[in-house]
Design a protein around this ligand. Structure first.
Ligand code: IPE
Ligand code: IPE
Ligand code: MG
Length: 252
């Protein structure tokens, strides 16, 4: 049982991943600019980090900016870049004091040099923390991650550093951005959209998905607990059979 997990709460997933969606609609509903939705979305993020740690979740991955989000207007893109920068600058000390380990996944080559340095600094400062691991998926796209991994493996094979036959699922998992993390057991998407939008395609092969109509800026403790309750009601089979009654097929 991890620190913070309550007795009797054995079914809290160790890794919860969230597609934080609906900031724009939250603002639009109130006649506010989209940026205000993103600002309020950052508050929901802070809240969720605290709630997740409190509920005994060990890894929390938050989808903050996708490789496809570059298609948005330049003003929105730079606002979102600035928001990540301000978040790291403002919150790093408190995250560190709360024993949170920070990780950023996604392509770093497209980030500005100062943002890249900041992200590396946040990871270095919190590397040895033992509490919640907060994973921010930024400029993240699952297909991009798999392409980067495939290129690396191909280069190693071409140079004779690895044998082609030695490549298996574990080899690939070990070279993804999420190399040292367990796969997410639960993926939550807010705002009522029911698609995966290029998020953790490999890692979520057997995750449970919970879709909630709550817009991300409104996501609170109750919404997180409801998603966890929904997860507990699910039966995970991993391709096998779990109910004894299912095993009788073909029995005399
Ligand atoms: C999620 O909110 C934040 C990001 C994708 C960066 P959206 O900005 O996608 O909000 P909607 O989907 O337009 O409501
Ligand atoms: C997914 O949300 C990406 C993030 C939450 C960062 P989008 O709002 O970009 O996804 P689509 O375009 O609706 O699929
Ligand atoms: Mg959206």
């Amino acid at each position: 049982m991890s620190a913070g997990q309550r007795p009797g709460d054995a079914q809290v997933p160790s890794h919860v991943a969230v597609i934080m969606d609906g900031n724009g609609r939250w603002a639009q509903l109130r006649g506010l600019p989209r940026q205000e939705g993103h600002r309020r979305g950052l508050e929901a993020l802070r809240r969720t980090v605290k709630n997740a740690a409190d509920l005994g979740i060990e890894f929390l991955t938050l989808y903050s900016f996708s490789t496809e989000n570059w298609r948005r207007p330049a003003t929105e893109v730079s606002f979102l870049m600035g928001l990540l920068k301000r978040f790291v600058e403002k919150d790093l000390a408190e995250l560190d004091a709360s024993n949170v380990r920070v990780r950023i996944i996604g392509g770093r080559q497209d980030l500005s040099p100062d943002l890249r340095r900041l992200v590396e600094h946040a990871e270095a400062v919190t590397r040895d923390n033992t509490g919640l691991t907060l994973v921010i998926a930024f400029n993240y796209g699952s297909r991009d991650e798999i392409v980067r991994t495939a290129r690396q493996l191909a280069a190693d094979a071409a140079a004779g550093r690895i044998a082609v036959e030695s490549i298996d699922e574990a080899t690939i998992s070990a070279r993804l951005d999420t190399s040292d993390m367990p796969d997410p057991e639960l993926v939550i998407r807010t705002s009522g959209e029911t698609r995966v939008s290029n998020f953790l395609l490999w890692q979520a092969a057997y995750a449970e998905f919970v879709f909630t109509p709550v817009l991300w800026p409104d996501f609170d403790r109750a919404a997180l607990e409801e998603a966890l309750a929904e997860y507990r009601r699910r039966e995970r089979r991993f391709g096998g059979l779990s109910e004894p009654s299912d095993r009788n097929v073909g029995a005399a």
